[in-house]
Write a protein that binds this ligand. Structure first.
Ligand SMILES: Cc1cc2nc3c(=O)[nH]c(=O)nc-3n(C[C@H](O)[C@H](O)[C@H](O)COP(=O)(O)O)c2cc1C
Length: 338
């Protein structure tokens, strides 16, 4: 029995902050892929509502949660960063608060909701679920996955008792799933990371990161992954909830590379390199989620204004192959089905 119950060995990666929608989940399932909902940033009630809608898709689906330990906050470094980006915010008449805000994304309430209203699969990123959360989810029949970025994290995850791994390479778009946000992700090809994890650890693996077409999918399956999770290549699809500015940037030839940066949230994440990254890259701020909360109003304003110079333009290294098309066609293309 494969770890993800879908016709094709392809999953729609969870993408919090807008891109993952019910329409996207439906289209991916229709094409034969396995959809994930993004539970991060949402309230438990909003997530429960999305799950209720997902049940009408008629196929299995997964829900992704953030399991992040808050980073230690160096108050002086945080204040210095607030000062550094104050001018960027002032363009939108936003005054940034120097008081760091921290939270756990309501993880406990979300797990409790998922125990009460079980779903087929729950995946965690940024860390592992606690032992009682893991047991509670598994006791209601849920398959639990942990996202890992190194063989060592894979070992910790399997030892904790999860059912399988999402192995994320450093070419992935968006946040690195690293358990330690102060750690700089080592550049490592996803297929190579999958091979290393499979060599050392016996567990089902879903590979994620850097897919730019069907050949990349085939390579990851050959490396030992049971399925391949795709994020960036779905960002421009009709069904994704990606903002207009983000879509435009992904198709804009003026963006020539991606970079891993902490400047938007305090956690390493891969994005199209823009002015905000270039201007603040040296800040080396690591306070997640305080930096996420700090820059949120600025990023919202930038998105509303179409200001791609100040927006977090999450993108994996395969971004140039992201097509403006139906997700049904993108999944079929990746599977070699069209
Ligand atoms: C816009 C965006 C948002 C993301 N949000 C999440 C998330 O909420 N949870 C998560 O586990 N991974 C998230 N990721 C990472 C993806 O799950 C996945 O690892 C990555 O997209 C795979 O690499 P690719 O983008 O090169 O396909 C996000 C990625 C992107 C591009």
């Amino acid at each position: 029995m494969p770890i993800l119950d879908s016709r094709l060995p392809l999953a729609a990666a969870p993408m919090a902050g807008g891109p993952s929608t019910i329409a996207l989940a439906r289209a991916v399932a229709q094409a034969g892929g396995f959809p994930f909902l993004a539970g991060g940033y949402q309230s438990p009630d909003a997530l429960a509502e999305q799950i209720a809608q997902a049940r009408s898709i008629g196929s299995d689906f997964g829900v992704n949660l953030f399991a992040s330990a808050s980073a230690e906050i160096d108050d002086d470094a945080f204040e210095a960063f607030v000062d550094e980006i104050a001018e960027e915010a002032a363009r939108y008449d936003i005054v940034l608060s120097p008081e760091p805000v921290s939270d756990d994304d309501q993880l406990g309430d979300k797990v409790a909701m998922l125990v009460e209203m079980p779903v087929p699969v729950v995946s965690f990123t940024f860390g592992l679920p606690g032992a009682s959360a893991l047991r509670a989810l598994q006791s209601v029949g849920t398959t639990v996955l942990a996202t890992v970025t190194t063989p060592d994290e894979a070992r910790q995850a399997v030892d904790s008792g999860v059912n399988g791994l999402v192995v994320q390479g450093s070419s992935a778009g968006g946040h690195s799933a690293t358990f330690d946000p102060t750690h700089d992700p080592r550049p490592l090809d996803t297929a190579e990371l999958v091979r290393r994890v499979k060599h050392e650890i016996e567990a089902p693996v879903i590979a994620a990161g850097g897919v730019d077409g069907p050949d990349a999918v085939a390579r990851l399956l050959e490396a030992g992954a049971e399925a391949v999770s795709v994020g960036t290549l779905l960002l421009r699809t009709d069904e994704a909830g990606t903002s207009v500015a983000h879509r435009r940037a992904l198709a804009d030839p003026d963006f020539t590379e991606t970079a891993i940066t902490r400047v938007f949230t305090g956690r390493p994440a891969r994005a199209l390199r823009n002015g905000f990254i270039n201007r603040h890259h040296s800040a080396q701020i690591t306070a997640y989620p305080a930096v996420h909360h700090l820059t949120r109003s600025l990023r919202r304003a930038a998105a509303a204004e179409g200001d791609t110079d100040r927006l977090h333009l999450w993108a994996g290294t395969g971004w140039r192959s992201a097509r403006a098309d139906s997700a049904v066609n993108v999944i079929r293309w990746l599977a070699g089905d069209e």
